[in-house]
Design a protein around this ligand. Structure first.
Ligand code: NI
Length: 646
């Protein structure tokens, strides 16, 4: 929940959109909200959870020419507390009318600030909650930090369609302390934020941990010394150009946007190959994520947060600071989001764009003659990044573009781990002890990225490639041969695949209609990291709701409405079996089709003492690399740096 992000009012008039992929301006969001309200569909207790410019169909975007017109549609989602239902609306600004409106049957709009305030109000007035807090020896309720959680499911005593938020709580000893260090162990509540009903679950008070667990600089006892400054100097400025949301850097060209559930979205990623502009990705973004807990404790066993869909991760973007979050010559993009009351607000510096030196790109020394001198080229990368805060966790999402055509995605996981109190220091395989009196439940962070390839056009196919020992025989006289074996994935059923590091398994997108200099189809490969899939059992609620997490790869044919791995804006309280597994159940053909790859990856987090009181960054990610897309090393033309050239 993002109650603390920096809010900055827009002071400069925003330019009107000139491209179908331009973000909605504050004025557009205000106009759309006005049109929806005037239609009389929303009650007095309705609030907004998300508003953004809906992308036109692919044909419209690809066929767009500068100065052209298109229908501008704003999607608005929210919840009406009077009805107890969430709404999904599309307002056409071109026509000035609501063009689609639904009360959502299964699932609800993301949990946000409005729900948080409703939780605080309901708990403050609930005698049972107050009594349970006081049973823990706490008299000053203002010191209790209440942490709302997306519920996953509903307590059976609450109405079948209740908007439920679950609550755990912590005790502050000081307003600036680590607010997660002293859990009110054993105490949680189910709050119907529409009706105000509270169900308290008290599994028994446990003595509060007393050890310090501070991370704020002014509260850490002693800082190390000896770290001299590192400054990044780019005296001639950065090598990228930005116009609106269009970014050009070296031979790359792409567009950048922020969406409520997906966060950072990249559009229309192209590479200039000797004057020939070649498309690679039409659209790439996080399609959802889930954080299932493996602990059996009643305080944690229900947790499986979809931070993108259920908590609107894009709305929780941090305002980034040069020298802290990123270093160098930075261009920042702001993001305009919608408040609960339907007003635009700007998150300043929500997306960071900068360049990084990245060691050597390539090198060779003629070992025998040492003449001429070694040839070395410096690698550098363009970084597009955003960082979101969701309760106790931070996620950084980084897209890297390299001079040799490689694209890399890196997720940085940090923040404060979830904890239990274990007064006697006892731990278990599902909740290892990480500090005196503190255990932390085992859990996973599983991300699903949707990669809509347009590799030199829309008609693509996907091969699975594995490197296997060659069978014994005349073709393998020494028994030492191994070979790369490619297998075409023909339909959605065949394309539900898992990582296998032992065979270097990877997936290659090809275009059979475009050949390289060797006469082979051009290709790009998705190289996964060793990555687990969902560990929750098949029969669990977690598995039913997070079907996308069961496989590392899925491939579907492009469909304009299939953007979300789970329930998108209405993942919250959805009963499951939606999203990616539902799309793929049609078992559509994916050969010579407009393919979309969905890559599920993540980390299984066995918490360790070093993760406390704040967790050093853990990394997850994957790489997209050209494989026969170019005729040779595309970075042969990178000049040596002046230092190497002399
Ligand atoms: Ni974790």
């Amino acid at each position: 929940m993002a109650e603390a992000e920096t809010l900055v009012a827009a002071t400069v008039p925003e330019p009107a959109p000139t491209h179908p992929l331009d973000a909605a301006t504050g004025a557009e969001l205000t106009a759309a909200v006005g049109i929806l309200r005037a239609s009389g569909r929303l009650g007095e207790k309705a609030f907004f959870a998300a508003g953004y410019a809906a992308e036109p169909p692919k044909e419209v975007v690809l066929g767009f020419t500068p100065g052209g017109a298109w229908e501008r549609i704003i999607r608005l989602a929210g919840h009406d507390r009077g009805r107890g239902e969430s709404f999904d609306a599309r307002v056409c600004l071109t026509r000035g009318e609501v063009v689609a409106f639904d009360w959502v049957e299964d699932g609800q709009a993301p949990v946000g600030a409005d729900d948080y305030f409703a939780v605080l109000k309901a708990l403050a007035g609930d005698a049972e909650w107050v009594a349970a807090v006081k049973r823990r020896g706490i008299e000053d309720l203002s010191l209790v930090h209440v942490e709302p959680w997306v519920a996953g499911g509903r307590h059976p005593a609450l109405p079948a369609k209740a908007r439920v938020v679950k609550v755990i709580a912590f005790l502050h000893s000081h307003p600036e302390d680590n607010q997660y260090a002293r859990p009110l162990e054993g105490l949680m509540a189910h709050v119907d934020v529409d009706g105000g009903q509270v169900i308290v679950e008290d599994h028994g008070a446990v003595p509060m941990p007393t050890h310090p667990a501070e991370y704020a600089a002014h509260r850490v006892e002693r800082m190390r010394d000896g770290l001299k400054p590192i400054e990044i100097s780019q005296p001639e400025g950065p090598s990228f150009q930005v116009a609106g949301n269009l970014v050009c850097w070296q031979k790359w060209r792409l567009r950048v946007s922020m969406q409520p559930t997906e966060g950072l979205v990249l559009h229309d990623v192209c590479y200039d190959d000797d004057g020939r502009e070649r498309s690679i990705l039409y659209r790439a973004a996080l399609a959802d994520m889930v954080v299932p807990y493996g602990d059996t404790s009643p305080m944690h066993s229900w947790k499986h947060a979809f931070d993108a869909g259920e908590a609107a991760l894009g709305v929780a973007a941090n305002s980034l600071v040069n020298g802290c979050d990123c270093l160098g010559e930075i261009h920042y993009f702001d993001a305009t989001v919608l408040t609960g009351e339907g007003k635009p607000r700007t998150i300043a510096n929500a997306v960071c764009l900068h360049e990084e030196d990245y060691g050597i790109l390539w090198k060779h020394t003629n070992y025998f003659t040492r003449e001429p001198k070694p040839e070395v080229r410096r690698s550098r990368r363009l970084v597009v990044s955003t960082i979101v805060t969701l309760g106790n966790y931070e996620y950084g999402f980084y897209w890297y573009f390299y001079l040799d055509g490689t694209i890399q995605v890196e997720i940085k996981l940090t923040g404060v781990v979830g904890v239990s109190v274990t007064p006697d220091g006892a731990d278990s395989p599902t909740a290892p002890a990480i500090a005196p009196s503190i255990a932390s439940p085992i859990h996973q962070h599983i991300f699903c990225f949707r990669l809509d390839f347009n590799l030199d056009g829309r008609a693509n196919a996907v091969d699975e490639v594995e490197v296997l020992p060659a069978p014994p025989g005349a073709d393998n006289p020494h028994g030492s041969a191994f070979h790369a074996v490619a297998r075409r994935l023909r339909n959605e059923g065949e394309a539900q695949r898992d990582v296998n590091a032992a065979t270097s398994r990877h997936w290659r997108v090809v275009n059979e209609h475009v050949r390289n200099a060797l006469g082979k189809p051009v290709g790009y490969k998705l190289v996964p990291q060793a990555s687990s899939t969902l560990l929750a059992g098949e029969g669990s609620l977690h598995a039913r709701r997070a079907g996308f997490a069961r496989h590392n790869l899925w491939v579907t044919p492009y469909a304009p409405d299939e953007l979300d791995a789970a329930g998108g804006l209405f993942t919250n309280l959805h009963s499951g079996a939606n999203g990616l597994p539902a799309y793929a159940a049609a078992n559509r053909r994916i050969e010579d089709a407009d393919v979309v790859l969905w890559h599920t990856l993540g980390v299984t987090h066995v918490p360790r003492p070093e993760d406390w009181p704040v967790m050093p960054v853990e990394y997850a990610g994957f790489v997209l690399a050209p494989t026969g897309f170019f005729d040779a090393n595309p970075a042969i033309d990178v000049p040596p740096t002046p230092h190497c050239a002399t």
